[in-house]
Design a protein around this ligand. Structure first.
Ligand code: S3P
Length: 172
């Protein structure tokens, strides 16, 4: 199989990092978590970047981190949920590799985000209506993916397997 890159996109809480780790376990791909790359670049956590420097600074770092992946191969990239907000990133993801959208119902996302304390866009008292509106606004961009995978009621390993199967089909 050609080791082109895989980029996982989708809203917060759709399992991008977990599924990327599963794909990396296959031994065919090296794991890149874009938020972790950004944290290394900035020397602080995503939360701290948002708090100290603001969202625009975070988005600038995110675009830089993404552009630095150009020219690589054999990567599985867990992107942040807002990566497709900028038009240049929407183009670049398709240059870098196969874009896979992990599609998850909002109720599932909400249940997962309730357990998470580390996302700057999810406050201590989350505004669920605003988050659902944010998701709705992003869906058209996520749906520009090369592949859409429904994740609900599936284990991460199963989702990873489905992605690999479908990649093999398109490469056959
Ligand atoms: C964001 C999602 C986060 C992280 C940042 C912004 C977003 O990543 O990049 O907090 O705008 O949806 P995850 O999708 O991995 O939570």
């Amino acid at each position: 199989m050609v080791k082109e890159n895989i980029l996982l996109v989708g809203f917060m809480g759709t399992g991008k990092s977990t599924v990327a780790a599963e794909l990396a376990k296959s031994g065919d791909f090296m794991l890149v978590d874009l938020d972790a790359v950004i944290e290394r670049m900035a020397g602080m956590s995503v939360q701290e970047i948002f708090r100290q420097c603001g969202e625009t600074a975070f988005r600038d770092l995110e675009s830089t981190a993404l552009s630095e992946l150009s020219g690589s191969s054999g990567l599985v990239v867990a992107t942040g949920g807002g990566i497709l907000g900028r038009p240049e990133n929407r183009k670049l993801v398709h240059v870098i590799g196969r874009v896979v959208y992990l599609r998850t119902p909002f109720a599932t996302i909400q249940a997962r985000l309730k357990l998470s304390k580390v996302r700057p866009l999810v406050k201590d008292e989350p505004d669920w209506h605003a988050l659902e509106t944010l998701l709705m606004g992003r869906i058209p961009f996520y749906e520009m993916a090369d592949m859409i995978i429904d994740t609900d009621n599936k284990m991460p390993a199963e989702i990873a397997w489905e992605i690999l199967q479908r990649l093999r089909e398109v490469q056959a």
